[in-house]
Ligand binder design. Structure first.
Ligand SMILES: N[C@@H](CCC(=O)N[C@@H](CS)C(=O)NCC(=O)O)C(=O)O
Length: 230
């Protein structure tokens, strides 16, 4: 088996997506967390956009961009997470293409500088959830995006549905309740062990610390006691 090294910032959802795919495929990998504010030279040399995730394979090839990494892992390691049917596969890819837009709409409120910007950002969330609610309705019964079988779409959305949950606990958003399919999907994905790179009791305080340190509108709603220690 090849040696996989996944280079990461601890709370990066795009890294989490790649880690989920590795876990779904039962692949052993080294998880190496680097400091966002002090990216080492060896990392800068293998990451064209200076971003994580990077997946280094046998120290010979370095893949970047979470979608490309997920697709590569799916092509090379069983079990196949993409559907066999080409039409379904195209539909799945269309929805993983929507992920960056979804991510920005659902988690944009975490970056708002003031109350007005925050309100504007949370007004986007129902639009993103409505798109997914429609997609889930078309896809069928659940519990996963394609039904009974877990897919790359599930791996892609899980980190961002988790971020929604975190944000909802910092300052209640109350949006997901209006989208029962998205809500049910999120619940199933958050219960799935592969979603989690760290114990949940550690990860949420870490996320909160990031929000607090950002010193923007939302930071004031994070209680000191609810953040991870430095
Ligand atoms: N499209 C990229 C996004 C990756 C990304 O934005 N990573 C963030 C951390 S969560 C990053 O490395 N940011 C550093 C920077 O922008 O300089 C992917 O899917 O892998």
């Amino acid at each position: 088996m090849a040696k996989y090294l996944l280079v990461s910032f601890k709370t990066c959802p795009w890294v989490q997506r790649a880690a989920i795919v590795l876990r779904e495929k039962n692949v052993e990998f080294e998880f190496r967390h680097i400091d966002r504010d002090n990216r080492p030279d060896w990392f800068l040399a293998i990451s064209p956009h200076k971003k994580v995730p990077v997946l280094s394979i046998d120290g010979k090839v370095s893949l970047f961009e979470s979608n490309a990494i997920a697709e590569y892992l799916d092509e090379t390691i069983a079990p196949r997470l993409h559907p066999d049917d080409p039409v379904l596969r195209a539909v799945n890819r269309a929805w993983t293409d929507y992920l960056p837009t979804f991510a920005e709409m659902v988690t944009g409120s975490a970056y708002a500088d003031d109350e007005a910007e925050h309100k504007e950002a949370i007004a986007q969330i129902p639009l993103a959830f409505a798109r997914l609610e429609g997609a889930l309705e078309k896809q069928g019964a659940g519990p996963f995006f394609n039904g009974a079988k877990y897919s790359l779409v599930d791996a892609a959305y899980a980190p961002f549905l988790q971020r929604y949950d975190f944000l909802d606990r910092i300052k209640p958003l109350g949006v997901i309740e209006k989208f029962p399919r998205v809500k049910g999907w999120a619940e199933v994905l958050l219960k799935r062990p592969s979603t989690h790179s760290f114990p949940e009791s550690e990860f949420e305080p870490l996320y909160r610390r990031n929000v607090k340190n950002r010193k923007n509108y939302l930071s004031q709603f994070v209680a000191d006691a609810a953040v991870a220690a430095e």
